[in-house]
Design a protein around this ligand. Structure first.
Ligand SMILES: Nc1ncnc2c1ncn2[C@@H]1O[C@H](COP(=O)(O)OP(=O)(O)O)[C@@H](O)[C@H]1O
Ligand SMILES: [Mg+2]
Length: 211
């Protein structure tokens, strides 16, 4: 009967809510586990030589569904047609990129774009993730990488998150002896940039660094 149908609908709604909460909880537990392992040194950095261009493309592929969901376009501004070799922990850097791109989706704007750019410095490569979202008030910038820190606007807009992502990112980058920075303009967007060590080119002692 009709009442039975309504009950089923109610039950499904309830289960959906419960399941969403379980999802959030497991993200939080995952992040907490991750950060405690990182901080206790239980997750050492295992650097290998790899092509950062390739990793960026891989991350883009895994973010395709979100790109459709948020209706935000992902663009790789590839300046070099040659591969750019870096020396870093590939899986950890994937985590850094996914976290920054995830934030750019969550705090970006519908029909906007997220672009990733590479810049060759002397002995480093600079990777930048730029969005054209709401931006971050200057007063919030100094605390952004702190554990559990979330700006008022992200809390009031009820965007899901633990506030742990950027602290994990900073931890990973600094464990590589590299740096991460943010610049942002309210109403224009934000850019998160981190450096990586260029891989030394084998067999060319006179040319120690690839591009
Ligand atoms: N691209 C961005 N644009 C605007 N605000 C951002 C962006 N990335 C991060 N933030 C702000 O920094 C806070 C911390 O980010 P993060 O540590 O990843 O936590 P979470 O994503 O779980 O909220 C976010 O809550 C948000 O307020
Ligand atoms: Mg985040």
């Amino acid at each position: 009967d009709e009442d039975g149908l309504e009950d089923t609908e109610q039950a499904l709604k309830f289960l959906k809510k419960a399941s969403n909460n379980v999802d959030r909880m497991s993200y939080l537990i995952n992040d907490l586990d991750e950060i405690s392992k990182l901080e206790s040194g239980a997750l050492p950095i295992n650097p290998t030589k790899f092509k950062i261009n390739e990793l960026i493309k891989e991350v883009f592929e895994s973010e395709e569904i979100k790109s459709k969901k948020y209706q935000i376009q992902l663009i790789f501004k590839e300046k070099y047609n040659e591969p750019v070799y870096v020396s870093a922990d590939r899986e950890r850097i994937r985590q850094v990129l996914s976290n920054l791109i995830d934030n750019a989706f969550k705090y970006g704007k519908t029909n906007g774009t997220i672009s990733v750019s590479l810049f060759g410095l002397h002995e480093q490569v600079l990777v930048e993730v730029t969005d054209d979202g709401a931006g971050i008030d200057e007063k919030n910038l100094p605390r952004l990488f702190e554990r559990f820190y979330r700006t008022d606007s992200s809390r009031s807009r009820q965007i899901a998150g633990s506030g742990l992502g950027l602290s994990i990112v900073k931890h990973i980058v600094e464990a590589h002896q590299q740096t991460i920075n943010v610049r942002s303009t309210v109403g224009i967007g934000s850019t998160f940039g981190f450096t990586l060590e260029k891989a030394k080119q084998a067999g060319f002692p006179g040319l120690p660094y690839s591009i």
